[in-house]
Design a protein around this ligand. Structure first.
Ligand code: CP
Ligand code: NVA
Length: 307
């Protein structure tokens, strides 16, 4: 049966570990896997802007022997003109997989239901699971085993990134803390799913409103933009509401002394994080950005093997 990667819990903890091991192998030996030799084509569709996701999928697909077909929704029939299911039926006759960055999670689900080729979520309003594969690879490289580590997220707890940390962190047996104002707390259904996963892996998800309490002893400190794509009209309110959750030297001073700082990027220095943290010695953001390539290649190899 076709496997898709629509949310962080679309793969099991054991499968996730397998993909991360494969990513590490591909990082060490970049052209060792060529499942797209032919070349086969992978469609990579963008409803929203992107630098890292676009480049890492395009380069990764080429590394695997394939051809990336980058499609901008504005110049396609998607986006109100044709349904995701019909689009999928057209694409599957010609491509090996579909990667899609979009708004509603429901569109991805419809796309996946309508096709026999793997569909990958390249960011939706609700989740950013490809980023979390790269982040877990990065944390593993710098901190060793993921299980038992404490990861503290600061800012918009209802964002795609916070939701993905809750699910993916729980899957890895990590202790995830989300610090946000109550109005920006993660969605209850996502927390319930993460709690259910954590009960099996030994991880946990805890919500905080006090940022320093959430930072105490953390192994990984993470934040994300306060104004996610699609939320631009709320910008002023968000800058006001989330100000107390900025990651600063004070945040890092209460975290574990060996803590690392990560950020999916793009970043707004001086807003969600101060420049002396994101550009400081504890920051591993460039490794994290590079790891998008290795992690997504591993994901594609793994999904294509399940076909
Ligand atoms: N982190 C991330 O997904 O970056 P892009 O928006 O540039 O793809
Ligand atoms: N939360 C951000 C992530 C960008 C990669 C957004 O959705 O805009």
């Amino acid at each position: 049966m076709t496997r898709h990667f629509l949310r962080d819990d679309s793969i099991t903890p054991a499968e996730q570990a397998e993909i991360l091991d494969l990513a590490a192998q591909l990082k060490a030996d970049r052209w060792s896997q060529r499942p797209l030799e032919g070349p086969q084509t992978v469609a990579v569709i963008f409803d929203k802007s992107s630098t890292r996701t676009r480049v890492s999928f395009a380069v990764g697909i080429a590394d695997l022997g394939g051809t990336p077909l980058i499609i901008s929704t504005a110049s396609s029939q998607l986006g109100g003109k044709e349904t995701p299911a019909d689009t999928a039926r057209v694409l599957e006759r010609q491509v090996a997989a579909i990667v899609w960055r979009t708004y509603a999670q429901a569109g991805l689900e419809e796309m996946a239901e309508g096709t026999r080729v793997p569909v990958i979520n390249a960011l939706s309003d609700d989740f950013h699971p490809c980023q979390l594969l790269a982040d877990r690879l990065t944390i593993r490289e710098h901190k060793g085993e993921l299980k038992g580590l404490t990861l503290s997220f600061f800012g918009d707890g209802r964002s795609n990134m916070a939701h993905s940390y809750a699910l993916a962190g729980a899957m890895a047996g990590m202790h995830v803390r989300v610090a946000s104002p109550e109005d920006y707390a993660p969605r209850e259904d996502v927390v319930a799913d993460a709690d259910r996963i954590a009960a099996e892996t030994g991880g946990s998800v805890t919500l905080y409103t006090d940022p320093l309490e959430a930072a105490a002893g953390a192994d990984v400190v993470v934040t994300d933009t306060w104004v996610s794509m699609g939320k631009e009209e709320e910008k002023l309110a968000r800058l006001r509401d989330l100000g107390a959750y900025k990651v600063t030297q004070e945040t890092m001073s209460v975290a574990d002394p060996a803590a690392i700082f990560i950020h999916c990027l793009p970043a707004d220095r001086g807003y969600e994080v101060d420049a002396d943290v994101i550009d400081g010695p504890q920051s591993v953001i460039w490794d994290e950005a590079e790891n998008r390539l290795h992690a997504q290649k591993a994901l594609l190899v793994w999904l294509l093997r399940q076909q």
